[in-house]
Design a protein around this ligand. Sequence first.
Ligand SMILES: O=P(O)(O)OC[C@H]1O[C@H](O)[C@H](O)[C@@H](O)[C@@H]1O
Length: 546
Amino acid sequence: MKYLDPINTQAWVELKKHFEQIKNVHIKDLFYNDSNRFEKFSINFDNQLLVDFSKNRITSETVNKLLQLANEMKLKSSIQSMFNGEKINYTENQPVLHVALRNQIDKKMIVHGENIMSCINKSLKKMQIFSELVINKIWIGFSNKNITDIVNIGIGGSDLGPHMVYDALTPYRNYLKVHYVSNIDGSHLLNVLKKVNPETTLFIVVSKTFTTQETMINANSACNWLLKYAKHKKFISKHFCAVTMNIQKAKSFGIDEQNIFELWDWVGGRYSLWSSVGISIMLSIGFKNFMKLLEGGHAMDRHFLETDFKKNIPVLLALISVWYNNFFRMETEAILPYDQYLHRLPEYLQQANMESNGKCVNRNGKLVTWQTGPIIWGKSGTNGQHAFYQLMHQGTKIIPCDFIAAINSHNELDDHHKILLSHFFAQTKALAFGTNSDIIFNDFKNDIEFKNHALPFKVFLGNRPTNSILLKKVTPYTLGLLLALYEHKIFTQGVIFNIFSFDQWGVELGKILSKKIFVKLNKTLNISSYDSSTENLISYYKQWKE
Ligand SMILES: O=P(O)(O)OC[C@H]1O[C@H](O)[C@H](O)[C@@H](O)[C@@H]1O
């Protein structure tokens, strides 16, 4: 089967022409010319989530042409293929079924002739029993004390999602403290071990493959640390659990089979927080809240699957992103949560999007000649305002942004939240509308020096696009909605780019080379086999190593 490239669609040709007509149109004029712009370009999802995409450099014509692109790229049937469990992760010969993990209506989902819903429900039950034993202080450590601290050892998808949700749902946490260790830098693990007591700490080794070097080394060191105190290997079962697809490896590590939570090859690491990879989330917010998170994810799945593309939030946001990325050649997108508890969202979405869509080969195995995944970055508001917003407002680069906030805070402290949101609304307005020299000039009309010299520096040109995403409140349910929204946005982008979004071969080369270089770092003999830069870096390592 030959997949169509986006540049070979009729819509692409038309979008190119349309771009030439619209590229200099200012957002402020789009608003002045259309008093219904907000109604046209915003979607209220069930009074829980509002997406306002009116402050974008788009018209109804742009949206129509982008929708035509989605249709020509057969987005509808691609979505159905994912939900039907077809092997859309072609290079790994796997289906992609994170949507099954939150399939709350228990609709049959068949993989290799089996209904995977029974495995999922069994796994959820096991997670529930386990988390309740720990939360209810029935699970005890080697000295018969109950557990107070959980250490999640994992990296990439086995860390970023759970860690982000753990922080995002801080108000729902119980007394258990979860620590996340990912980096192979020994400082990460040591800093956590300094804070916890071996008698009351439970380690969860989370690795889909159970071969990831960072995780295995950290898990080994954590185990040695525990055994220094517990003295006997039989106690590993009281302090170590695993989440993995590789049951054999986890068992050979010494983890009791009872303590192994299963994962499946049809769940991608960066889409896995909804599975047993999220056990640290369940331990901290309890089973019911975890189920609410899945419920939110499922509600967004249905919206994505069932809603006409004209009103389909992930589809529209993805298409707008393609518009900027490919026609305006804007290379990055900023994620700006105006919510302290959502501060890990940019980092989480960085992996979700960049590992999925950072590809330069299309589904036919040919190099692409169009732009694929954007660079994702960001920081929580208002901190970002005091760091990089200068460039966003007045720099030469234009950065489409997602502003995200909740209308109701979990911590109503004086006017803090009102002020926070006033910044959100002000920034999106300033970015879109800017301010013209007349207004500034009027403020300073008696100041001749200002008029002559300072004016250009004070002008904000505006026309900088943003999406505003408002949640009624950050709850497990609305967080589920938001995260699934982004997952489906990424999926849609991948279909339009005609790439495979669910593999990540690009992470392999560095891993292979690091193993070879590790051996060289240990050798006293210098055998040159690399380029002069790498050789000299290695030689400096050897000279300076104390
Ligand atoms: O869960 P693991 O098998 O340990 O994998 C952890 C991470 O490592 C890999 O390098 C991939 O790039 C990530 O997608 C994955 O989430």
